[in-house]
Design a protein around this ligand. Sequence first.
Ligand SMILES: [Zn+2]
Ligand SMILES: [Zn+2]
Length: 276
Amino acid sequence: MRLYDQHLHSKHSFDSKAEPLEVCRNAIENGLAGITFTEHYDTHPTEWPGCVFDYDRIADDHAACRADFGDRLAIGTGVEICYQPDNMPAILDMLESHEFDLVILSVHWFGGKAVHFQESWDRGRIDHTTRHYLETVLDAASLCAELARKNSSPFHVLGHLDFAKRYSYIFWKENHAANCRDVIEEILRTCLEAELIPEINTSPLRRGLTETMPDAWAVRRYRELGGRCMSMGSDAHRPQEVGQNLHIAAGMITSAGLDGLAVFEKGQYHIQPLGD
Ligand SMILES: [Zn+2]
Ligand SMILES: [Zn+2]
């Protein structure tokens, strides 16, 4: 089975120290067919000063990775854009002027608050905060649908759809995503309208949760709504995490009856079947 990890980070993200060459070495050891580096691009005023995104340095490093490992591993240059509705013109300009194999749109902030800070949550109403987060994801997908109507598709993949549950679980061992089924389904419908491919992100499995983002029921629902393929990623921040649990994501894609994995190159995808 040819697996591609299309969501991972290296030292070019503020929260990772991983050397890109080391990431490639681990990817080969873990039997992957390809990886795509998707470094953080964070424009919130409190994060922008710490955002280390330097396209030229990243491109140089990827050229070195391809020189050493390109014969054994497909190596893509991607980016994980943090959805910041107030900064969209600048974000779209950046995407327009750089080449990427894959652009992930992820929501980390909702209503001016970061989901990964405990103080952003209303402790008494974890379900309410989860819903507020997911409504922001719906806003992000709706923006992509609006762009698609103007024949513009700068974003290719929707990152970690129900990311809020990772934090409600870390903070309080609670997960209310399944109570927000209606919003999650609306997000999936909007993804189809926007031609935005949702990913299966396996990182919660490293943090004690027993489900991926999104969960298997959402993958099946996506198929019922007309989806054909999804992306997948470990969201690795350390070399040893590359490719972790992607076989679980592959099993979810297959058992939901999807055609396979969407593998991105230069902003286009082909569907990689996931038979044995
Ligand atoms: Zn993210
Ligand atoms: Zn990430």
